[in-house]
Design a protein around this ligand. Structure first.
Ligand code: SF4
Ligand code: SF4
Ligand code: SF4
Length: 583
């Protein structure tokens, strides 16, 4: 089952979550991070680490509101971490708030913790286990079952307080009621509804952050509400479970007879891993160990805004407010009747295929690591070293492209090829016009080396007014013909605005040769036109002369012929239409 989901569009492949995840339960496929449910122990660290907020918790809140809206009797099991997390004056105000939201009954999960303490006490008295690791934290349980399966023999075969409480409530109220766990932890959800060994007792899990939001929506302010009592007998010292060493305090206060075990607690992912590695090497024996994945215990649970909670203050306040008085009433325990709080743990380690050494070398070669020296082991991909990354690639959890130095080198060499082979002059300048890139074409045209150019300002080479304007207006300018006096070339100047890092890219296309050709062609054209004009003029002159001669003889002929006609027509008399000479 999914507890954490992804907004894929938001993932930007930074691998921060992979780096953060101590057990590498995140795979990156097609440039999207995804959680591998069979490997994730729900510590919640990747939720906090993601700079894009690409991950979110799948909420049961609507489901719970649905129960209440439909009038289904719903009991809330309130985790004792509320004592350090919620802002109230008296615990009874929290009960009132929950009743106002529609819950039928409010009970403390610490009630279930008392039964768990009693089971631990039996194990201590029995003394047959070499080490006993407490099993209240589902993430610790997952960590051992998945990654340190040889230690499952040390896990106390006992339910968590939440499951124990669910069993008790079901036993007392039947299956017609819904049971909702309200707590600080994201891992409880999988334990409640996603694990066939423990499901069926808790119907939904919501967290304190969701609860506070719900109160806000309903305009309920905890510290202004009246008190209401819890529907459970006082669990006493077992309310201390959520603080670091709280389980030990409860067990020590409750155990009547001395036992052989040394007792200590460990909290925080890295410390748990250190301890379990040490236990795998058989360095720990005869110990009763309280282990929490969250640093500071459940009061700094994975579903909370941990920054806002001081674990030292809360621990001191809670230890002062809750007397270390054991719950010893026979009646308290008899209510459970024959319920078994026994739980089995087993090896759930993933059976991923392991590559051989030559297969690892082959993968390393694909990311440019042919020798030991090429293996930078920088961890940028999220894995501790190149070899681990290569194994993850083999197992289909990681992609080759996650090697950032390799990709950088590849991009750099591709960029270099482009820079070196383009015939265009490429110059990049920063906002102060300091030259930061200068390609081979630029070296040839300006006749200075790249190294020298990188010590210069652009205005030492060309007119920069338009470059500065592009920086100012953040608008690129394309296609202007410019003549550069010093190298004596003509270029088409394109100035591109660069957002990050801020600067300008000048792409100058050298068109000097074309320009010269054009000028030559123009001259040839003009010369031809001039020659043609001369011929035309000459021809015109001749034509005019011919026309002149022709005109004279034609006029004379016309006059003579007209006279002849008139003589014939009027027999030597003058024509009556003397002026009509043409007809
Ligand atoms: S919740 Fe924890 S274990 Fe799961 S993927 Fe995130 S960091 Fe890894
Ligand atoms: S932290 Fe993980 S999920 Fe978030 S953006 Fe980076 S790679 Fe994607
Ligand atoms: S060099 Fe690449 S593969 Fe090796 S650790 Fe760094 S990012 Fe990972």
């Amino acid at each position: 089952m999914n507890v954490i989901s992804f907004k894929e569009a938001k993932c930007r492949n930074c691998y921060k979550c992979v780096r953060t995840c101590e057990v590498k339960a995140i795979t990156v496929k097609q440039e999207q991070a995804q959680i591998m449910n069979d490997k994730c122990i729900l510590c919640g660290h990747c939720l906090e680490a993601c700079p894009q907020n690409a991950k979110f918790l799948i909420s049961d809140l609507d489901k719970v509101k649905g129960y209440l809206k439909e009038g289904i009797p719903t009991v809330v099991s309130l985790a004792p971490a509320y004592l350090g997390v919620l802002k109230y004056k008296t615990p009874g105000q929290v009960v009132t708030a929950l009743l106002k939201l529609g819950f039928t009954s409010v009970r403390e999960t610490a009630e279930g913790a008392a039964f768990v303490t009693a089971e631990y006490e039996k194990l201590l008295n029995d003394g047959s286990m070499n080490n006993i690791i407490t099993t209240c934290c589902p993430s610790v349980n997952d960590l051992i079952e998945i990654y340190y399966p040889s230690l499952t023999k040390y896990m106390a075969p006992v339910d968590s307080p939440m499951v124990a409480h669910g069993k008790l409530i079901r036993h007392q109220l039947g299956t017609d009621v819904k049971v909702v766990f309200l707590g600080p932890c994201i891992a409880k959800k999988r334990e409640a509804v996603g694990d066939p060994r423990t499901n069926g007792y808790i119907d939904a899990v919501i967290n304190f952050t969701e609860f506070e939001q719900w109160l806000y929506e309903e305009k309920l302010q905890l510290d202004t509400l009246p008190d209401s009592p819890f529907d459970n007998p006082d669990p006493k010292v077992n309310r201390l479970y959520p603080i670091s060493s709280g389980v030990l305090s409860s067990v020590v206060a409750t155990a009547d007879t001395p036992n052989k075990y040394r007792k200590f607690y460990v909290h925080g992912m890295k410390n748990c891993i250190d301890l379990f590695e040490s236990m795998e090497r058989d360095e720990v024996s005869g110990s009763f160990i309280e282990a929490d994945i969250c640093s500071g215990g459940c009061i700094k649970g994975s579903a909370l805004n941990r920054e806002s909670i001081s674990r030292f203050k809360v621990k001191l306040d809670m230890e002062e407010a809750i007397p270390k008085e054991p719950q010893k009433d026979k009646d308290f325990y008899e209510r459970a009747g024959e319920i078994s709080f026994h739980r089995k743990f087993c090896d759930r380690s993933p059976k991923d295929p392991m590559p051989t050494d030559p297969e690892i070398s082959e993968i390393l070669k694909k990311i440019g690591k042919s020798t030991k020296e090429d293996e930078l082991n920088c961890g940028a991909c999220g894995y501790r070293n190149c070899r681990e990354k290569a194994i993850a690639v083999y197992q289909g959890k990681a992609e080759l492209t996650m090697c950032i130095p390799y990709m950088h080198e590849k991009a750099q060499s591709m960029a270099n090829i482009v820079l070196d082979t383009t015939p265009n002059i490429l110059i990049i300048a920063d906002p102060d016009m300091r030259i930061v890139e200068f390609n081979s074409a630029a070296e040839r045209s300006f006749r200075i080396t790249r190294a020298k150019a990188l010590e210069m300002y652009l205005y030492e080479l060309l007119e920069t007014a338009e470059f500065e304007e592009v920086i100012k207006t953040r608008t690129s300018v394309f296609g202007k013909k410019v003549t550069l006096q010093d190298p004596g070339i003509t270029v088409i100047q394109n100035i591109v605005y660069i957002e990050k890092p801020k600067g300008v890219l000048g792409i100058l296309q050298d068109i000097t040769l074309e320009e010269e050709k054009n000028q030559l062609a123009y001259k040839v054209k003009m010369d031809t036109i001039e020659m043609a004009q001369k011929v035309i003029d000459k021809q015109m002159l001749v034509a005019q002369q011919i026309a002149g001669l022709l005109g004279e003889t034609t006029a004379e002929t016309k006059v003579t012929l007209t006279k002849l006609r008139d003589t014939i027509l009027y027999d030597g008399m003058e024509s009556p239409n003397k002026n009509n000479r043409g007809t």
